[in-house]
Design a protein. Structure first.
Length: 644
């Protein structure tokens, strides 16, 4: 039982987050009670502390967590489109709060206004396991020294001051309340499905994108925009595109679909672009009625390796991919055919069924990083065929100050990074191949290069990040079976390896994607870490990606659904071909423990231990006060895994 707090302590609460979880604290403070401004009023700042209360020993337990938090604080009316003139209004954030570290922030009362409102987000940075938990404390006080006077307080004491109200919102609240608040059962729904990449999640990593799309509701008075994502692929992303996409497809049809849904859009980041594509094909084959009842609107992929990540990789890297260093997903991206398949999955994916449904979408858009994304090269995220001369001319301008050689080496020639650290971002500062490991790459997700203060104060002062924005149709590329009009591989300086077979394969895949379809290709110039900045994984740590998300919503959720092209011709399909695709798509996934790579096994082992524990508790429930659904204590997990 906690004791009475010191008078300076206004609020105290202890909570915790798992992988993909976010907690938002809406902090409201009334400066005065009267209707009119009092003659004497105190404008002393309040102080906020968020502390990661995980044990100090957990700092070394990177693979079981990591036990880190991201948190940011901003005023309720903050928006990056508005220039800030006072540093007191500038958002404050901590990108990587280690165990026993603190985030201190001043809640400035520098204006004469009756009510102040701030938003505090606390986000889990766990990557590798669903079992670990990061506990933390939030404290607000009227004096900075009082923030340390919390040892005797009850863990969930709440507010001690009538002028201070704190509304805590969980991940479930943030992803479900907007729909409930605006629910009108007389209006149709536009379902927007977000899909995450490797070693990622929807609920935390794509939350900024979700909330930005929801702000476009004002342009759609006659329908509701409902943004959702599939959460059960978390920590399973190494099991292969087919496994992930099939589960996503089932989730959309059996859990998200209802009779009110009349339109649907798909937005995928990185591996998520491929996952959502397979899901579309899966739905078309198994639930053919779906795309007859639901009108496809937007198909968007951001930095997605649509052609794989093989070209110019050294032989030993491709061997590691084929051996499953990142599970079946790595084999898919390495253009390896699985047992029972005639060709690699990425060759089969742009088949007749997929193209038939994609043609129904009013808009098909690819966003690709020109520089600073050593994980998903430009050629694969933009389907190879581009006006590279135009892009290089843009990069050569003084406005961007990017060396042409950096364009090649950082984006297109980084084989070790591409394969070993598939879709996991890292910074790059050298034209030589960096010596990195999967763990180094994962760490850069948590410790990205941070935006400068001047950028947060006035983002519009930076040059436009859009280098190239153009429509590409089948008429813009060579015919299937014909060599390119211009040797693209040579122009990309990618002809120094011995992967001619893969180059030809990637060209064939790219031509399939363009068959009978027009793609809008938006090439962007982002500062590191471009791979995560492009979706603003964290609101302020990845702030350089704000203009990309602005471009996405302004062009896809602006109230106008005018299609990119009119009258695209349908392909004639043979029944035999459709039956072959049906067999390939529905061939059972023979799941094994070794479908995943080393990091994927961490989660698999954790799930096995959790199941064992739950089974034991079910047998002895009457003799235990713990519920079967309770998780392992973190110390217990470490011991069982032999980590200490």
């Amino acid at each position: 039982m906690g004791t009475e707090p010191a008078r300076e302590v206004l609020y105290h609460y202890r909570s915790s987050v798992r992988i993909g979880e976010v907690e938002r604290y809406v902090i409201t403070y009334d400066l005065y009670d009267e209707e009119e401004l009092p003659e004497r009023i105190q404008l002393s700042s309040l102080w906020l502390k968020v502390k990661n209360v995980s044990s100090l020993t957990y700092r070394a337990a990177y693979l079981m967590g990591p036990y880190m938090l991201y948190c940011d604080l901003r005023t309720e009316d903050y928006h990056h489109s508005q220039k800030l003139f006072s540093s007191a209004d500038m958002p404050q954030f901590e990108p990587a709060m280690q165990p026993q570290h603190e985030f201190l922030a001043e809640l400035s009362l520098h204006r004469l206004q009756k009510r102040y409102v701030w938003l505090l987000d606390v986000v889990s940075q766990i990557i590798f396991t669903t079992n670990s938990v990061v506990p933390f404390e939030v404290t607000i006080a009227s004096a900075k020294p009082a923030l340390e006077d919390t040892a005797t307080l009850a863990p969930q004491a709440g507010s001690f001051n009538r002028r201070l109200t704190v509304n805590r919102q969980t991940t479930l609240d943030l992803w479900n309340l907007p729909q409930q608040v605006f629910d009108d059962y007389t209006k149709p729904e536009h379902l927007v499905v977000l899909t995450h990449g490797l070693h990622s999640n929807v609920t935390a990593d794509m939350q900024y994108l979700k909330e930005t799309i929801e702000q476009c509701q004002q342009y759609y008075p006659n329908e509701h925009i409902v943004v959702k994502g599939f959460g059960d692929n978390v920590c399973k992303t190494e099991k292969g595109i087919k496994y992930l996409g099939g589960r996503l497809g089932e989730y959309i049809v059996k859990q998200l679909y209802n009779e009110r849904i009349k339109r649907i859009s798909f937005i995928g980041h990185s591996l998520g672009g491929l996952t959502q594509t397979f899901a579309i094909a899966y739905i078309a084959i198994n639930y053919p009625w779906f795309f007859e009842k639901v009108d496809p609107v937007n198909f968007v992929a951001l930095s997605s390796p649509l052609l794989g990540i093989v070209t110019n990789n050294p032989a030993y890297v491709n061997i590691l991919l084929s051996m499953g260093v990142v599970g079946k997903t790595g084999q898919d991206l390495g253009l390896q055919a699985h047992q029972g398949d005639d060709q690699p999955l990425l060759c089969s994916l742009p088949g007749h069924t997929t193209r038939r449904i994609l043609r129904k979408f009013k808009k098909r858009t690819l966003y690709a990083n020109a520089v600073n994304d050593g994980i998903v090269p430009l050629y694969t995220s933009a389907l190879l065929y581009l006006d590279y001369d135009s892009i290089l001319k843009q990069l050569d301008t003084q406005e961007y100050q990017v060396d042409k050689q950096d364009f090649f080496t950082k984006t297109l020639i980084n084989p070790l990074v591409k394969a070993i650290n598939v879709l996991m971002p890292q910074t790059q500062s050298s034209s030589s191949i960096p010596k990195v490991s999967m763990f180094d790459s994962a760490m850069s997700v948590l410790l990205p290069p941070l935006p400068e203060k001047s950028y947060l104060m006035n983002p519009s002062g930076d040059p436009s990040v859009i280098l190239h924005d153009k429509m590409y149709s089948e008429a813009d590329i060579p015919e299937v079976g014909q060599p390119p009009e211009k040797n693209i591989w040579s122009s990309l300086l990618l002809n120094i390896g011995n992967n001619e077979e893969y180059k030809q394969l990637e060209e064939e895949i790219a031509k399939k994607w363009h068959k009978g379809m027009t793609w809008r290709k938006v090439i962007v110039h982002l500062k590191p870490d471009a791979h995560n900045n492009i979706i603003v994984r964290r609101r302020f740590a990845n702030a350089y990606g704000w203009p990309v998300i602005d471009h996405l919503v302004q062009n896809h959720f602006n109230g106008s659904d005018y299609p990119y092209t009119e009258g695209e011709t349908e392909e004639a399909a043979l029944d035999e071909l459709i039956e072959q695709e049906k067999k390939w798509i529905n061939r059972p996934h023979n799941e094994t423990f070794f479908d995943v790579g080393p990091t994927g096994m961490i989660s698999s082992v954790g799930e096995i231990l959790e199941n064992i524990k739950n089974s034991a508790f079910q047998k002895t429930a009457s003799a235990s006060s713990l519920k079967p659904s309770d998780s392992f204590d973190d110390d217990e997990i470490f011991r069982l895994n032999g980590l200490y």
